[in-house]
Ligand binder design. Sequence first.
Ligand code: SAM
Length: 236
Amino acid sequence: MRLHVLTLSPEAFPWLGEYGVVGRAVRAGRVELRTWNPRAYTDDPHGRVDDRPYGGGAGMVLRAEPLARTLEAVRAVDPALARVVCLTPHGRRFVQADAERLAASGPSLALVCGRYEGMDERFVETYADEELSIGDFVLSGGETAALVVLDAVVRLLPGVVGDPASLADESFGGQGLAAPVYTRPSVWRGRTVPEILLGGDHAAIERWRREEARARTGRRRPDLLDAEGSPDPPPR
Ligand code: SAM
């Protein structure tokens, strides 16, 4: 998959290629991550990409033209670009089902990071297939949001996570939250691991995990359960 990020801070992205399974996928060439800086595509002789908001008010707004030109440059090298996602605080809330959908959305994807007071709305209306928010808070720029989305998407691509079974019973995959996990030693600072996990009865362990997951979901995220208390399939 080719991932294009339109950003005024390309320096925020290289570390994505340096850690964990996502880093391995980037280094192995399973995903190609490319950043595009609108400053290089601006029509302004002084290289400016922002301007004052119409109607007055604080801050600056990212101009539509540099963003449009940058995206056109992406399309020129990658005509197969399947989807353009703008990161905005007023976008739809990004959830695991979106990560799954984007991971399956095609050979390439572009993420557009805003800055200042945001992007000129006309750019978003013209080019965005969708707007995503990573939560009800305001970041100073879309870069951290893009990193969140990229991490969540890339780890779902085929072959990125070594054992695909580890994706099967994760939180938000349709089973509510995942069950608690433990590792050695079996007694740590006086606290023991639940006995059942030490016994080797795999069917019983599976049952215990399902029950624990459901109980935890009921306590912490009842919104993920349906009226009967069963995990609700995630919204798609
Ligand atoms: N003035 C805007 C508002 O109040 O909605 C906030 C703009 S914010 C300071 C600058 C940029 O950060 C946005 O254009 C967007 O790209 C990004 N951003 C901020 N919060 C975000 C969030 N929760 N999810 C995704 N992107 C976000």
